[in-house]
Design a protein around this ligand. Sequence first.
Ligand code: R5P
Length: 280
Amino acid sequence: MILPGSASQSLGAALAAELDERLAAVEYERFADGELVVRAADPEPADRAVVVASTVSGDAHVELLQLQDVARQYAEEVVTVLPYMGYARQDQAFREGEPVSARAVARALSPGTDRVLCVDPHERAVGEFFDAPFEALAAADRLAAPLPDLVDPLFLGPDASARGLARDVRDAHGSGTVDHFEKHRDRDTGEVSVAPSETDAAGRDVVLVDDIVATGGTMSEAIGQLESPAHVFVACVHAMLAGNARSRLARAGVDRVYGTDTLERAETAVSVAPTVADAL
Ligand code: R5P
């Protein structure tokens, strides 16, 4: 039985199809006082229940806790899939007096599950915060399929940690160069500065690859360092695209953004369901 959160309904359906398992008819409601309640309209006992929920908001976290509770009532084993783990980027107390939010969230989610699968968390070390067995899944390779035909492609990570993702997309694509920029983010202002890569981008189709595009600040800075590329594409696992990220990317010269269904967006171009299904 697959129990999807409200922000992961398409992925839940894709996963159910991939596994040939039942997709529960989950309803998402709210009481007059604003409290949420999920309801599986057609629950059935099962050996395993898979809760699939991207924790994109405070409400989504509560929904996930409720889905885990429903799952535990009907299934022997409860697996929690976090297609996108919210608060994962707050994996340290960056300033005096701040929480380690990723740890707080992980502690809250652990008691209700026997296993956690998380698609491309910001840092794999976030798994150490969970009290349940945790597995990070790498899904960047899925982003190669929707890319258009590319001329002399250059796959670039906007920072050193994204180089591996760029390499995964290049490998799945089959050809091209891999490089990365050097990035610095000012902890106080959040401003991003990026030092250029050594590879010449002139006349080439450039694919910038990252785990997440949130404000678009990192990508815009990186694109600004490119000299005369033919086309610029952005491929990211989590297309958060908060605030004015879309117009920011467009103004920076991005031809198209490709994301997965860890976040359900207009830019979603491919599903991570096969990756999740393999891990289940
Ligand atoms: C940071 O290390 C991440 O990999 C992303 O580069 C970053 O979180 C993207 O955020 P934004 O789009 O706000 O620059």
